[in-house]
Design a protein around this ligand. Structure first.
Ligand code: SAM
Length: 378
């Protein structure tokens, strides 16, 4: 297998560069990548016309494809990710934008007498009282608007929860920090939505993607219908998305049960989702038996890579962005296992492009781990 280094790509394997970009930055998704990764893949493959992201997150691949005039399809296990992706890639007309602008100046009726339920803690403890009431009042008023207007406003509201709450996302857990400075909800909502409106004045229209809730391990899609996959699956031993974005999920769905439904569909990449694996991929070896989360993760990813193979046309390619992991002081070369599985599954050519290297403490020694793009050509 050919391995090359492209350190200039490393900076784009995080969400940092998406944050400042029009529309891309609407919802902070720490685990996302930047549009440059998608643009690089499109430029390096054979004139693709249809692009798939089976772990689409907040739609970086889909919005990049749309901006370049390509058709795309996005799938994610999280209702929040699907909602944000759809809203970021929809087309809006001037009258939608005017209605959104008018909403910002509206007098809001008092907050409705409903509970905002969340599985991890009492949401009222997560906000200053005034912000809690303002958010519920906004949520209620937004729900009265027509679809496209509602969606823009709701993404705006969901995106301000980190700054308007007392919650801190700390690694894989949410913590309430009593003396955290929470910004005034209504005010930052207004500012945020105004910025979104500015982005939309320049939006490229047409070529909206198809985005749906689903499971990358079993895609509801036709064989050989895609030219290019650009994606990044959850990383091994990474966060539980249904928890870390649980507050946003609960405000979107107004249901406590939503998070556990998202968790059911998710790749088994985090502790708490491990179980016994039948038919362990042979590339994983005994470590998959010894540390169950490793076995379940690669089993799920084997299914996802098989789906990429099935949906790609002959000559098509998958660019899979992945990071190696350290678990129980063992360094796991996730990219190599992906590459070996891809060869067994039938990809004709597999190459690896290393974008970033980090030093991890794997006692007693330090090892170099890396973030790479595994490129699988059919
Ligand atoms: C690393 S993030 C992708 C971020 C994306 N590249 C972006 O820029 O927004 C991985 C995504 O996989 C989703 N996911 C987890 N399990 C899944 C499954 N079985 N099928 C589809 N999506 C899944 C998570 O909800 C999360 O949004």
């Amino acid at each position: 297998m050919n391995i090359t280094n492209k350190p200039e790509l490393g900076q784009y394997m995080t969400f940092e560069f998406s944050k400042e970009k029009p529309i891309h930055g609407w919802f902070w998704y720490k685990e996302g990548f930047a549009p440059e990764i998608v643009e690089w893949a499109i430029k390096n493959e054979n004139n693709p016309k249809t692009v798939l992201d089976p772990f689409c997150g907040v739609g970086t691949t889909l919005l990049s494809a749309k901006n370049l005039g390509l058709e795309s399809v996005g799938v994610d296990a999280s209702t929040l990710a699907v909602f944000v992706s759809k809203t970021k890639t929809d087309d809006y007309d001037q009258s939608d934008l005017e209605t959104v602008r008018a909403f910002l100046e509206k007098q809001l009726p008092p907050p409705p007498n409903i509970r905002w339920e969340f599985e991890l803690f009492d949401v009222r403890a997560a906000f200053p009282k005034r912000n809690y009431n303002e958010i519920l009042a906004l949520r209620n008023a937004i729900e009265q608007e027509d679809d496209r207007v509602r969606n823009i406003l709701l993404v705006g509201l969901l995106s301000i929860l980190p700054q308007s709450s007392l919650v801190l996302k700390d690694g894989g857990v949410l913590k309430i920090i009593k003396d955290k400075k929470a910004l005034p909800a209504r005010e930052i909502f207004k500012r945020r939505v105004k910025k979104m409106l500015k982005d939309l004045e320049l939006q490229k229209k047409g070529h909206g993607p198809r985005v749906f809730l689903g499971d990358a391990r079993a895609l509801n899609m036709e064989d050989e219908s895609i030219d290019l996959v650009v994606t990044s699956p959850p990383y091994l031993n990474n966060i539980d998305y249904s928890k870390i974005y649980g507050l946003e999920l609960s405000l979107l769905s107004m249901s406590k049960a939503e998070a556990s439904e998202v968790r059911m569909r998710a790749i088994r990449s985090f502790i708490g989702k491990q179980m016994e694996v039948q038919d362990m991929p042979p590339e994983v070896g005994e470590i998959g038996e010894r540390i169950p989360i490793i076995g379940t993760y690669f089993k799920d990813m084997e299914l996802a890579i098989k789906e990429m193979f099935r949906t790609l046309r002959e000559g098509g390619a998958a660019h899979v962005v992945v990071s190696n992991s350290v678990i129980h002081e063992t360094h796991i070369l996730v990219d190599e296992v992906f590459a070996q599985m891809a060869e067994r599954i039938g990809f004709a050519d597999v190459e690896m492009v290393v974008g970033a290297e980090r030093v991890a403490d794997v006692k007693p020694q330090k090892v170099k781990t890396r973030e790479s793009i595994v490129i699988m050509r059919k």
